[in-house]
Design a protein around this ligand. Sequence first.
Ligand SMILES: NC(=O)c1ccc[n+]([C@@H]2O[C@H](COP(=O)([O-])OP(=O)(O)OC[C@H]3O[C@@H](n4cnc5c(N)ncnc54)[C@H](OP(=O)(O)O)[C@@H]3O)[C@@H](O)[C@H]2O)c1
Length: 232
Amino acid sequence: MNLLITGAGRGLGLVLAAEALERGHYVLAGMRNPDQAGDAYHELERQFGERLQAVQLDASDEEGIASLAAEFARDGRTLGSIVNNAAVLEGQSSSIEELDFRDMEVSFDINLYGPMRVVKHMLPLLQEPNASVINISSEAGSLTNAYPGNYPYTISKTALNMFTKKLSGVLKERGAIALSVHPGWMQTDMGGKNATLDPRESARGIMDLIERKIEPNSSFQFVDHVGREMEI
Ligand SMILES: NC(=O)c1ccc[n+]([C@@H]2O[C@H](COP(=O)([O-])OP(=O)(O)OC[C@H]3O[C@@H](n4cnc5c(N)ncnc54)[C@H](OP(=O)(O)O)[C@@H]3O)[C@@H](O)[C@H]2O)c1
């Protein structure tokens, strides 16, 4: 299967690429700046060679995403999974009185419009059997468990879940699935050192979902990394 993963230079995106490669898949690793890929990425390149390709993908750049999709189409490339992983966490501690709307704008731009831009342009390529769109979401986007503060991130993830729900109806016709996945509280730059989950464990679960080893039963297509239904 060919997987396109956004934000694949570090954090969950990078370990997801590693897990997919170890399982024999091909990975198109989307990064804002492939030239600045770190040692861990280069080690994957050394190990997996031609099954890993870095591609320039900025979630905020629709023109760039469109030309990347055109390039894939020209090369006769198909996709089995689109993993919208890239995200930002901005203005986390601002109260509503202090809220800077630039934090709202950038959060929606990357966390919601980013996945929408990618799907808009890459969907025609999603032709492989058992195809999927995986939108990496968060429990922070749950309406049921909403808490005060962290407005930009949480509201962008709630909206992302709505996009997933709508998309799942579109994909159903072609035997493909869309899922919003809460990956757990992971030890990454975003999750911090006190987080409880090794991102590799989350990546294993997400790959099981992509490979349909787990078939989640969720009416809102919102699950955790082992396929358990999340509260919307
Ligand atoms: N960590 C957690 O505990 C946790 C919990 C729940 C949900 N999540 C979700 O899990 C996903 C991965 O999070 P993480 O912990 O791996 O985050 P992270 O360590 O902060 O990494 C974020 C990734 O997103 C990329 N990115 C940011 N802006 C981008 C843009 N405009 N275009 C393309 N890529 C961009 C970054 O690339 P650069 O290197 O170029 O900045 C980086 O690869 C996110 O969707 C996050 O919301 C994480």
